[in-house]
Design a binder for this molecule. Structure first.
Ligand SMILES: [Zn+2]
Length: 97
């Protein structure tokens, strides 16, 4: 069970209100009238993770990725290690055409 709360005032008194073009759920907070997506830390992390993987595929060095994403080298190494097993298959496919 996930409790969603407003990122501005932490009120759970929010309602779903459509989606953005990129498919992100948008919310409206009845407590503080905040309207927009709720970028939870998890979402933020997975977005950063995708960015790291993308830059890595573009052959950007780990130091370059660190500069662009603002993450530490350690975090980047961890992300790349995690994604390597699944990523290898996709890379083969995209490079085969
Ligand atoms: Zn709020």
């Amino acid at each position: 069970m996930v409790t969603i709360t407003c990122r501005h005032c932490d009120s759970p008194n929010i309602i779903k209100n459509g989606r953005t073009k990129s498919g992100q759920q948008k919310y409206y907070c009845k407590a503080c009238s905040f309207y927009g997506t709720l970028d939870t830390k998890d979402e933020e992390r997975s977005e950063k993770k995708q960015l790291v993987e993308k830059l890595h595929r573009e052959r950007v060095s780990q130091r370059g990725i660190a500069r662009i994403t603002g993450l530490s080298r350690n975090t980047i190494v961890k992300i790349l290690k995690q994604s390597h097993s699944t990523q290898a298959v996709k890379d083969e496919h995209s490079g085969a055409s």
